[in-house]
Ligand binder design. Structure first.
Ligand SMILES: Nc1ncnc2c1ncn2[C@@H]1O[C@H](COP(=O)(O)OP(=O)(O)OP(=O)(O)O)[C@@H](O)[C@H]1O
Length: 522
């Protein structure tokens, strides 16, 4: 019998070590039933580790987990799910080429005398959707790959509820959403808690934590430094608790003085691996000393566009030029050597070799740089110094160049990639979601570096799903929707809401702003 007066989850004295690293140090956390509890903290503070303990992925060295007043121990996520815990990961765990229905029931198919009872599954899913206001039941026969990320996230939540989750862990759920989708998610979260379910909400966005949560626990260096009432705290207080110093929230982006055109994308069309045209006749320029932001919901062609610019995918038609020279046919390596740096959006797939040490990762895409090689042999001492410099400058923790990439927290991996790509002294920087998963102190630093580089004359193409980031850094903002640039606007003349509408495919007539010139001549 469930004790409805007990907290939904109580973590007591949880300690988890990885070798010498104490990822969680005697952490306590109480999740009240029917409440939203945000967990915030710098990169590497121990948030993911703590949630992985609760979700049965890690066995803690010490401490206890109590669910509904009963001590429990989990050997695997299967045990945690059986105890009513669900987790929505940052990287969705859905099978792309299966339908929504197949994904939701996977492994939990209801059966009547051994036969899968699909109607029963549909009825249950519709009930869940009706209760919480999801529209997932309208897409049950659609394949996941055909749906936007906002709906995919709802599918993940419905899947957890279908499996009986009473407590949901949401790991940075707003990172990939438009402002409108974020509001939608908060509404869903409210419905869930009104119905007695309990939520843990991991986020780097302090305003979201304050807006959505009841309680906020701050982790720092593996320890819980405190739990505060969300309605009685401030961003500054939270930032001080997290970082141990004041953090500037508004760095003035200053004004740029653009020079010559560095990068020209002329009417390119790009197909993805399935042969679908993902970029349709897109053209723009980026000048030296200018940041062109690209705003858009992920999956609207940004990735294919970047791949065509950086030499990883051949466009179907159109040209890419660097300082007036056509480079459309040249290799990725040629473009690196010609001065194009690239911060990829997917650090697990493209940015790092997870089993390599940071020293070896510092060499990636730098192999032919003169400073590191005499053309025949690599200068490992120099490469190791370079890794040290990145670690020091970008505050990568732990400060160990011999650590493997996979032993770093997500945000620290990201800081290392950004450091490697920015410190190569590029003339053009293409960066996709450079601060994804990065904590506020480090975002502040990375943003400052972007502005310094711009002021030194680097042409920067910034793709980001964080509108505040695009708004803050860009000198002009291009909005992509369904493979096209629907508009290029001056960020000073539009609000985040305007951008959100453009990103959702509303025409420019729906918003009021000044067009900043499609070809960089604003
Ligand atoms: N499998 C592992 N092996 C070794 N060290 C690890 C492992 N997983 C995590 N760590 C270390 O534990 C600490 C906490 O990492 P964790 O991923 O929990 O941080 P986080 O707060 O989730 O960070 P982020 O905001 O960057 O996601 C870090 O120092 C990290 O390097």
């Amino acid at each position: 019998m469930t004790d409805t007066t007990a907290p939904a989850v109580q973590l007591t004295d949880i300690t988890k070590r990885f070798g010498d690293v104490v990822a969680n140090d005697s952490v306590d956390l109480t999740l009240d039933r029917g409440s939203i509890h945000a967990v915030v903290g710098e990169n590497g503070a121990g948030k993911t580790t703590l949630m992985n303990v609760l979700y049965g992925l890690y066995d803690p060295n010490e401490g206890t987990i109590t669910i509904d007043g009963e001590p429990r121990s989990f050997d695997s996520p299967r045990d945690a799910i059986a105890a009513g815990i669900g987790m929505i990961h940052q990287h969705f765990q859905l099978v792309d080429n299966m339908t929504v229905l197949q994904n939701i029931v996977l492994g939990h198919e209801p059966s009547t005398r051994g036969l899968v009872d699909e109607d029963a599954a549909r009825r249950r899913i519709t009930d869940i959707c009706d209760t919480y206001g999801f529209t997932v039941d309208e897409h049950l026969d659609t394949r996941i790959e055909e749906l936007g990320l906002g709906i995919q996230q709802h599918v993940e939540i419905v899947k957890s509820l279908y499996r009986g989750a009473e407590t949901l862990i949401l790991d940075e759920p707003t990172a990939v959403l438009t402002p409108q989708e974020v509001e939608g998610l908060f509404d869903v979260m409210e419905e869930l808690t009104a119905d007695g379910r309990s939520l843990i909400f991991i986020t780097h966005k302090l305003d979201e934590a304050m807006h959505a949560a009841d309680d906020i626990t701050v982790l720092r260096d593996g320890s819980a430094v405190g739990t505060v009432d969300a309605s009685a705290t401030s961003q500054n207080e939270l930032a001080r608790m997290m970082v141990g110093r004041e953090v500037l929230f508004d760095v003035d982006s200053g004004t740029s003085t653009p020079g010559e055109v560095a990068l020209t994308v002329d009417d390119i069309a790009v197909r993805d691996e399935r042969g679908l045209e993902q970029v349709r006749d897109v053209g723009f320029t980026v000048r030296e000393g200018e940041i062109l932001g690209i705003a858009g919901v992920e999956g609207n062609g940004q990735q294919e566009l970047i791949e065509a610019i950086t030499g990883m995918r051949e466009p179907e038609r159109g040209t890419v030029s660097l300082h007036g020279r056509d480079i459309t046919e040249t290799s990725r390596r040629h473009r690196i050597e010609a001065g194009i740096s690239y911060v990829p959006g997917d650090r697990l797939e493209e940015g790092l070799v997870q089993d390599y040490t940071l020293v070896r990762n510092a060499l990636l895409s730098n192999q032919t740089i003169d400073a590191f090689s005499d053309g025949v042999f690599l200068d490992w001492a120099r490469i190791s110094d370079h890794a040290d410099e990145i670690i020091e400058e970008y505050d990568v923790r732990p400060r160990n160049p011999e650590a493997t990439a996979k032993s770093l927290s997500g945000g620290n991996q990201q800081k290392f990639i950004v450091g490697r790509e920015l410190e190569r002294e590029p003339s053009v920087l293409v960066a996709a979601h450079p601060t994804r998963g990065v904590d506020i102190g480090s975002i502040e630093f990375i943003h400052q570096r972007f502005q310094e580089m711009r002021d030194e004359g680097v042409a920067i193409l910034l793709v980001s799903s964080k509108l505040d980031e695009v708004q803050k850094l860009s000198d002009r903002t291009a909005v992509m929707y369904e493979g096209s640039v629907v508009d290029i606007v001056d960020p000073d003349d539009v609000t985040e809401e305007d951008l959100g509408l453009l990103m959702a495919g509303r025409s420019q007539n729906d918003t009021e702003h000044t067009t900043a010139g499609m070809e960089g001549d604003a």
